[in-house]
Design a protein around this ligand. Structure first.
Ligand code: GUN
Length: 281
């Protein structure tokens, strides 16, 4: 069984990105810039944003975090995004989610220039991804995709089952695997027999937010299992996969933590660099 070491693979990716940034600096005499907007003081968001900033600095990006109180008015945020859209030193803009209730999330996402949308959440990027055109791809599914490709470079004809149909994970994951010629089944809370679906899979991506939902006898021998879940329960942090039992059948599996998580931030840096490169053409 291969334990997919997301921490190590993310560190390798960051190393590659660091070299790329240094080459871009020589070529263009400037470096890609990432601006993160953080509204409110939710602890998980603060931790994520701090990690994003730290990693961005580590690979040599220009990084900026703009903080607003929870009570900030929506138009202040929209005006700021419009300014950042016009700012040539900003290659990528990320507004940390979740947002306070009085701020319209979709309006915020749609105000970001699609060419600076490092989250890949703008409808134009969503559409481009589903049409198979070049686009920013949401960081978590992109990270999962890179991990899967490390284990199995040729995905032609593989059966993939995605557990969870969110816009952040399940749907873009489907598009990425379809592009690789997988046969993809997307499952969700109303799926009739989730176990039977999972048993068909060569690749399972669990991104549903239910602790240890995917059991050992749901997984056929030799499958690749990617666990996107981060769930806090009494015994600590667990994924959406029963790691101990599923590892007995899987060919390769990601741990939680230390699997998908580190890849998400590395992919954000990659997206920022890719936005910069497209803007220089
Ligand atoms: N909050 C949790 N995950 C994410 C993410 O991938 N992007 C943004 N913008 N906010 C998040």
């Amino acid at each position: 069984m291969i334990l997919i070491d997301g921490k190590k693979i993310a560190a390798e990716l960051r190393e590659e990105l660091k070299k790329e940034v240094s080459n871009l600096k020589v070529k263009h005499n400037k470096v890609p810039g990432l601006t993160v907007i953080l509204i409110g003081d939710l602890t998980p968001s603060q931790i994520y944003v701090r990690n994003k900033e730290k990693s961005a600095n580590e690979v040599g990006l220009k990084s900026e975090v703009i903080k607003y109180p929870d009570s900030v008015e929506e138009n202040i945020i929209l005006d700021k995004i419009q300014k950042l859209n016009k700012d040539e030193t900003v290659s990528g803009i990320l507004v940390q989610l979740p947002l306070p209730k009085h701020i319209d999330r979709q309006k915020v996402i749609e105000t970001i220039d699609p060419s600076k949308d490092v989250d890949g959440f703008h409808p134009m990027n969503v559409g481009n991804l589903s049409s198979g055109y070049e686009s920013s791809v949401p960081c978590t599914p992109l990270g999962c995709y890179l991990l899967i490709k490390k284990i199995e470079p040729n995905l032609n004809g593989k059966k993939a089952v995605i557990v969870g149909r969110s816009n952040l994970n399940g749907k873009p994951m489907t598009q990425l695997l379809l592009k690789e010629n997988c046969t993809v089944t997307i499952t969700h809370s109303k799926t009739k027999d989730l176990k039977a679906e999972c048993l068909e899979a060569d690749i399972i991506v669990a991104a549903v937010g239910i602790p240890e939902l995917v059991k050992g006898d749901w997984v056929k021998k030799g499958s690749i299992v990617i666990d996107v879940g981060i769930n806090k329960i009494d015994k600590g942090i667990v994924g959406d996969v029963d790691f101990k039992e599923v590892s007995k059948n899987a060919k390769a599996i990601t741990p939680v933590p230390g699997g998908v998580g580190p890849m998400t931030i590395a992919c954000l840096l990659k997206n920022t660099i890719d936005c910069f490169k497209r803007s220089q053409i």
